[in-house]
Design a binder for this molecule. Structure first.
Ligand code: UD1
Length: 421
């Protein structure tokens, strides 16, 4: 078991570069299944989800070579159709192979991923959308079993702009017969990234970046080369680290326009945000002011940065009201923050955060990727030492997080079996 040991009190100063987005790379890897031949992906992050997804693709008959930041996926004419539980349960995002498999193989047997630490994550919208395109579903022995000898375009309204459902339906519709429209589609930058890759493969998609996607199915797609969109959540994590530690961080290879609300919250908190040619800078000289946050689908405040917003408010001047509208389990890490002295109370999906002058270092546990990163940020502003355990979660989303923070002057080390590395 590995943990991070963090000492509080340092001002984080310097430059970091972000890599490609975890939430995009898994989807564009799945999209490669839609075309026979070799797809090349660049700006691939060096995180553990990528080799696991590679295993899933290999299990379907594809050949995956190379290593982050560049991988090649060679897809045969005939695909397998099963994604097993051992892999799917480790990265829930891998259910995005469902749409491509139905489109290419006409059937899919994909393990149900089960619950995870941020709450129940249903697949009903994925299933409803794919059924509208003509697929039939069965659920047996922990697997979703889907068949679709022929997918046909349809009008689909999503009750909620689910990222995963939009991706699965989109990847099925690009090879369906006729026209599909997805209304109330998610419009996260990672969806736009996927659409751009599909367009480069020959897909006909209109309304990219809006909440209505119009897809005209084509008979076949060609493989392409694609550069993965930068990770806005990693970029945002460093932005909050700068504001919390009263530091100054330049975040390179980031897309500022993907973080507008999250950065505006930092301005409201008293930080200065500046634009760079390839990213942005955040500088903060004073104790942050409390800021209210409401998570919503893009372009609202991202749920994946909500733990960082709560961590910042925990040491801010004032009282903040934080509302989580996307995942009901996203407040689980608050009990860990309270162990660091945070004054946070929750009522359903609302949290009231009363800012304290300082936090107090303690052993805490990462409950998910973003919670783990937020606890590291809290540790950076806590008196004494904080040990964050279960950091395998953090490693799923942040490439060389410890090294990046060290380069900014953070006193942080990774402990493996009690040995410093
Ligand atoms: C993706 C991201 C995750 C991010 C989230 C919201 C990946 C790998 N993960 O997750 O980091 O926090 O988007 O931006 O890309 N829902 C249903 N039925 C469905 C599908 C979803 O009820 O069929 C619900 C979920 O339970 C959840 C909400 O909709 O409460 C949002 O889920 P969704 O947008 O689908 O997120 P993911 O794609 O799972």
């Amino acid at each position: 078991m590995e943990s991070f040991e963090v000492s509080g009190g340092a001002r984080l100063v310097g430059d970091v570069s972000v890599t490609g987005a975890k939430n995009s790379v898994l989807k564009v890897m799945a999209a490669a299944l839609l075309a026979e031949g070799t797809t090349t992906l660049t700006n691939v992050p060096d995180i553990v989800d990528v080799p696991i997804m590679s295993e899933i693709l290999r299990g379907l008959g594809a050949d995956v070579t190379g290593h982050a930041p560049e991988i090649a996926i060679t897809v045969p004419a005939e695909l397998g159709h099963e994604a097993d539980y051992e892999h799917v349960r480790r990265i829930r995002g891998s259910v995005c192979v469902l749409g491509p498999l139905l489109a290419r193989a006409g059937r899919a047997r994909v393990a149900l991923p089960g619950g995870d630490a941020i709450g129940s994550r249903a697949l009903d919208l994925h299933v409803m959308g794919l059924e509208r395109l003509g697929a039939t579903f069965d659920n047996a022995h922990g697997y979703l079993i889907a068949e679709a000898p022929q997918l046909s375009g349809a009008q689909i309204w999503l009750d909620f702009p689910s990222v995963g459902a939009t991706e699965n339906v989109l990847m099925a519709a690009v090879l369906a017969k006729g026209t599909t429209s997805i209304d109330n589609a998610a419009r996260e930058p990672e969806i736009v990234d996927l659409c751009e890759m599909l367009q480069a493969m020959g897909a006909r998609i209109g309304g990219v970046g809006t909440s209505t996607l119009e897809i005209e199915g084509v008979d076949r797609l060609q493989p392409s080369a694609h550069d993965v969109v930068p990770d806005r959540i990693v970029a945002g994590t460093f932005a909050y680290a700068a504001a919390m530690t009263r530091g100054e961080i330049s975040v390179h290879r980031a897309r500022t326009e993907h973080l507008e609300i999250a950065l505006d919250k930092l301005v409201q908190a008293g930080a200065q945000v500046g634009q760079l040619d390839d990213g942005f800078t955040v500088r903060n000289d004073n104790r942050p002011r409390a800021v209210d946050v409401v998570t919503l689908p893009y372009p609202g405040f991202p749920t994946d940065l909500q733990p960082m917003a709560i961590a910042m408010n925990a040491i801010a001047d004032g009282v903040a009201f934080v509302t989580e509208n996307i995942f009901e389990g996203r407040f689980m890490f608050i009990d860990e923050l309270v162990r660091l002295g945070g004054d946070v109370r929750t009522d359903g999906h609302h949290a009231i955060v009363r800012g304290r002058e300082s936090l107090s270092g303690a052993p805490v546990r990462a409950t998910d990727i973003r919670a783990g990163a937020a606890l590291v940020l809290a540790g950076l502003v806590a008196e004494g030492t904080t040990t964050v355990s279960d950091v395998f979660h953090v490693d799923r989303g942040y490439q060389q997080f410890v090294e990046a923070l060290q380069s900014l002057g953070a006193p942080i080390v990774r402990r493996v079996d009690e040995t410093l590395v």
